[in-house]
Design a protein around this ligand. Structure first.
Ligand code: NAI
Length: 270
């Protein structure tokens, strides 16, 4: 396998909580392909300090805390990254999701509306805030690439995904809308990757996750894509090999999204 897909490229990785996180694996894979990184997460997520192990593993990357709902924090992050990199940079991974309603077991039909706003702000509007801040600061180079992680509940009902489904629909819409404006202005591309269910802290917070991941596995011709495979896909999207891909929601799910039913699943009803 090539090991220089991201040679000379620089970028910010949001959302590496622990070594299961999709962002953690993406940071490792991007570094292995030659990228220089700045890492960030919400200040509360840094209490355990695990991110500093990752920072050391990716060549001593700076860690700049930022709550992705705070434009002030995001501005400080973008400025800090530009200072570190010595100017504009090439890519951003948005790997952020959180719903207080899902966490606290609130049914979709009975959400707490303040929490609902938090779900949308943390999981979707944060992408808009990040892009708007980057645009104002001239932070991304031409042909730069932004990837945010999504889930197929944006298109189809998965009852236990609750208000996160609405957040993912909004996230995908922001990628499309901002992708137009950023593309016209600076040739920056913006995509969402719609990932298989994956064993991580955020994933396991969804009710019935173990059964669900098994169902998804049996409905996907290639099986579920894991976090490491997702990291590889994100690396290709940051690379120059995908320069004309933008404003897309890209399924990285082993074929789940185009499978009506599998023989394995139908066999359970025989
Ligand atoms: P994770 O729990 O490791 O990552 C979620 C991250 O969001 C954490 O690092 C957390 O600190 C960060 N975060 C939460 N609130 C934040 C805030 N206010 N500011 C900045 N960061 C904040 O879990 P995972 O699975 O790696 O999640 C990454 C992305 O992948 C999320 O968007 C998630 O919805 C998405 N995804 C996950 C799937 C799964 O089954 N695990 C499937 C499809 C998409």
């Amino acid at each position: 396998m090539a090991n220089n897909l991201l040679q000379g490229k620089k970028g910010i990785i949001f959302g590496a909580l622990n070594d299961q996180s999709i962002a953690w694996k993406t940071a490792l894979h991007a570094h292995a392909q030659g990228a220089e990184l700045v890492l960030t997460n919400a200040p509360v997520a840094m209490r355990m300090g695990e991110i500093h192990q990752l920072a050391a593993a990716v060549g001593g990357a700076p860690v700049i805390p930022a709550d992705a709902t705070s434009v002030e924090d995001l501005d400080a992050l973008i400025r800090g990254a530009m200072e570190h990199f010595g100017g504009p940079f090439d890519f951003i991974l948005h790997s952020i999701g959180m719903s207080p309603n899902v966490r606290k077991g609130k049914h979709y039909t009975d959400v707490n509306y303040e929490w609902y706003k938090t779900t949308l702000d943390v999981s979707a509007i944060s992408l808009h805030k990040t892009l708007a801040t980057a645009l104002k600061r001239g932070a991304l180079k031409e042909w730069g690439s932004v990837v945010a992680l999504s889930y197929i509940a944006a298109q189809r009902i998965f009852p236990d995904y609750g208000d996160m489904a609405d957040a993912k629909s909004l996230l995908e819409s922001v990628a499309r809308s901002f992708g137009y404006h950023y593309g016209v202005a600076h040739k920056v591309r913006i995509n969402t990757v719609s990932q298989s269910p994956t064993v991580t802290t955020a994933g396991s917070g969804v009710k019935g996750f173990d059964e669900f991941i098994a169902y998804s596995e049996s409905m996907s011709p290639l099986g579920n894509a894991d976090a490491a495979a997702c990291a590889d896909y994100c690396v290709t999207l940051f690379s120059d090999m995908t320069r004309y891909v933008t404003m897309q929601n890209l399924f990285h799910d082993g074929g789940f999204s185009n499978t009506g039913v599998s023989q394995e699943v139908i066999g359970k009803f025989a």
